[in-house]
Design a protein around this ligand. Structure first.
Ligand code: ACM
Length: 762
């Protein structure tokens, strides 16, 4: 008893010190006021609904009660409103048609004596319930309580989406439901279900059984990154799966109960290889023998725009329409190479007959026919931004993924746009240092960068901005074979996008978001979500001081934890030196750091005579590859072929001169080259490293060919010139491009390129 009392006192004093920590709402409401006191939920609390006859209100109240049971272990009874209950300390869900907060807005008032949610729609009440779930504690406590507050809330955008690619890897139904649950909890309302791909067709179509008998299975999958191995390696393991129509109906019902609309995507005219493997007559060259794809990338094998294909697609879409009640059908439209159409007499003839000037117009003809069909069934199309090419179908919504240009162009043409630019919305990109992350497709998109996204392009006038209807995060699964791996990449970045889609315009403060997120994460733990803990990462940046030493600045997204570090290689703990300002290094050092919240960093800083020394290019590197002419001497080495950020690339030869400032002893010069044969990145044929006292007379030179095995995985190849006891001020590196890709390479005869990182002078 005594023990319990102490605990209560402790927790209430903690509460008093950090009142803001009670309200960890994501997305944060439009209008919010925190108040004193709390509403305790007990077994006698009722969930009272009014009007009692509204089936959707009843259903959402029951769902709320079941979610409280799961999260907090407390069984609440849903009851119709009555004069007696109206006076009690209960949770009220009340439809109030007079409220003017749009079809998703709500008002929520939490006082110590009652909780009142009001909205003009059941959907609004559902979002009030999601806010309540977030106000309640994460797990089971004796008396769960909601802190008192007054909220008036409504979203910025009507479209707040997430896309899940079930084509590359099949994602099982229970996981799809869990994914929808997490979306709904953060008030996202659109689930874009990517159902057909080159690597797998995932939806049962009764009229075309081979789509699932053949098209849902592939023989094997590529091992590692697309260009990791030369030649590419395959795992020999069949992969497959599809959703039956009954399962789809079940998922649609499940989503409806959470006010999530599903947009199915049936890809055309590209990304169709699994369909062609099932029905080869839909391709331009049936004799080819199509197979379900086993590697990623863009396939040349696309639908032929024949009457057979249109009949097939209309039949497929007819079944799709019957399954998905939402207004939109996504028809893909992205990444459709025109090779097969260029080589097809049928396509060339069709273009002539229809006055189509090129294959882009043929694609536009394709999409317009499909749009016409879907419009005739009362549905509208969404397509990736390639549907702009060759002319936009009259009523199409554009999903802008290759940056924002497509979205801007579509809005200027008065078409609705969903913003999903890859640079801020592709949640399959690396979220932290690629060297220490699970293999991903590439890119670099940490949580704070997602959160900084502003969906309204400044290029649009106020009138054009109206066409930006929302924002969507995409989870492509080439490198995400399991639900756990999807969760790791999707969360918490998708939650940041949920807030971007919901929160009203104005400055979004990442520190504030990160603080709320940190306190919200235990709720994801209760749901067993395998979210990434990168919020707690420590990162390091360097700069030189006036004495030529380097200073390492440590930072973290999570602002209120402390950093401790060691410089002697030992594991850090809370007794190690606490980080209070930049760490000055005078020699090559490994910094190991930790935070109490689980943040970790191990990074080696290479100090050498060339560090931060200026250099000049006699032959420019590839554009944007070293924009400030600093990367080759910044003391940070490229760690892995997965991460291209540190590498400087050359499509021709390399000729660089480093100026050390003074004549000094130079014993060794070394640098690394990338080998990514599949990606045409061949180490240079030869490297000359020369040194000089005056920059004119290069007496000492060491010339060496770079030898390596063409076959095998990508690699980093060191080149070292050992000068023993020389003295010099200038170091010159000249490297010769390896020429063209050899016979047998998929790009035989095409030019190679190479890439290097730090020029280390010792
Ligand atoms: C896409 O990422 N190909 C839409």
């Amino acid at each position: 008893m005594k023990h319990l009392l102490i605990c209560l006192l402790l927790s209430s004093s903690l509460f008093a010190q950090t009142p803001d920590n009670q309200y960890n709402l994501i997305p944060f409401p439009a209008r919010f006021s925190g108040q004193n006191g709390q509403f305790s939920v007990t077994s006698s609390t009722r969930v009272v609904i009014a009007p009692a006859t509204d089936a959707s209100v009843k259903a959402l109240a029951q769902l709320f009660a079941s979610q409280v049971k799961t999260a907090n272990g407390l069984a609440l009874t849903v009851a119709p409103t009555s004069p007696a209950l109206a006076k009690g300390a209960h949770i009220f869900f009340t439809l109030n048609k007079k409220l003017v907060l749009g079809d998703e807005g709500y008002k929520l008032t939490v006082t110590p004596t009652k909780v009142l949610a009001e909205a003009s729609t059941a959907k609004g009440l559902f979002y009030a319930a999601q806010t309540m779930r977030q106000l309640l504690p994460a797990g089971q406590t004796t008396t769960p309580a909601m802190p008192a507050c007054a909220i008036t809330d409504k979203p910025r955008y009507g479209y707040r989406g997430l896309m899940l690619d079930a084509g590359r890897y099949f994602m099982p139904v229970p996981f799809v439901k869990k994914f929808i649950d997490i979306m709904a909890m953060h008030k996202q309302n659109t689930f874009h279900w990517h159902l057909t791909e080159d690597q797998g067709w995932r939806i049962e179509i009764k009229k075309y059984p081979k789509l699932t008998q053949v098209g849902s299975k592939r023989a094997e999958s590529i091992v590692g990154q697309y260009s990791q191995n030369y030649p590419q390696q395959f795992d020999g393991k069949p992969s497959g799966g599809f959703y039956t129509q009954e399962e789809i109906k079940d998922v649609v019902r499940y989503a409806q109960s959470r006010f999530v609309t599903i947009i199915p995507e049936i890809e055309m005219p590209g990304h169709a290889q699994a369909a062609l493997a099932s029905y080869p007559e839909l391709g331009c060259d049936p004799a080819k023998g199509y197979q379900v794809a086993t590697k990623w990338g863009v396939s040349d094998q696309v639908y032929c725009p024949s009457e057979k294909t249109f009949t097939f697609l209309q039949d497929v879409l007819t079944e799709v329409i019957a399954l998905f009640p939402g207004k939109y059908i996504h028809i893909g439209g992205d990444e459709c190479p025109k090779t097969a159409w260029k080589n097809s007499a049928f396509c060339q003839d069709l273009m002539k007959k229809n006055n189509l000037k090129d294959e882009h117009e043929l694609q536009s003809y394709f999409i317009r026919r499909i749009e016409k069909f879907l419009n005739s069934k009362g549905r509208s199309i969404i397509g990736w931004d390639e549907i702009l090419e060759g002319g936009l179908a009259p009523n199409a919504t554009v999903m802008s993924w290759r940056g924002t240009e497509g979205g801007i162009a579509a809005a200027k043409q008065k078409h609705n746009v969903v913003m999903s630019p890859n640079g801020t919305c592709y949640l399959d990109y690396y979220q932290s240092n690629p060297a220490t992350e699970p293999l991903a497709i590439g890119g670099y998109l940490p949580l704070d960068q997602v959160y900084a996204y502003e969906p309204l392009p400044t290029e649009l006038s106020a009138d054009e901005q109206k066409y930006i209807v929302g924002v969507q995060g995409n989870i492509w699964t080439e490198y995400l074979p399991t639900p756990e791996s999807v969760e790791y990449m999707a969360f918490p970045r998708a939650i940041a996008l949920a807030e971007i889609g919901w929160m009203q315009t104005g400055p979004h403060n990442f520190e504030d978001f990160a603080q709320r997120l940190k306190n919200h994460l235990p709720k994801l733990d209760v749901m067993s979500v395998n979210y990434a803990k990168r919020l707690f990462d420590i990162s390091a940046t360097t700069q030189a001081n006036d004495q030529g030493q380097i200073q390492v600045r440590l930072s973290k997204l999570d602002s209120d934890s402390r950093i401790f570090y060691t410089l002697n290689g030992k594991e850090p703990n809370e007794k190690s030196t606490e980080y209070i300002g930049p760490i000055t290094l005078t020699k090559t050092t490994t910094i190991r750091a930790m935070t109490q919240t689980g943040g970790r960093l191990t990074q080696t800083f290479t100090l050498h005579k060339g560090k931060n020394k200026p250099y000049t290019y006699a032959i420019a590197p590839d554009s944007n590859s070293d924009p400030k002419t600093t990367k080759l001497t910044d003391g940070v080495r490229g760690e892995t072929p997965r991460d291209r950020r540190q590498w400087t690339s050359f499509s021709g030869d390399m000729d660089v001169l480093v100026d050390l400032g003074d004549v000094t002893s130079v014993t060794k010069v070394s640098l690394n080259f990338l080998k990514i044969i599949m990606n045409r990145s061949f180490p240079p044929a030869s490297v000359d490293i020369a040194i000089s006292k005056d920059g004119k007379d290069f007496k000492e030179a060491i010339s060496q060919p770079v030898t390596y095995d063409l076959n095998g995985p990508w690699d980093i190849l060191p080149v070292v010139a050992d000068f023993k006891t020389a003295r010099a001020r200038y170091v010159r590196i000249r490297a010769k491009n390896a020429g063209v890709c050899p016979a047998g390479h998929p790009n035989a005869g095409e030019k190679t390129w190479f890439a290097t990182d730090e020029i280390v002078v010792e």
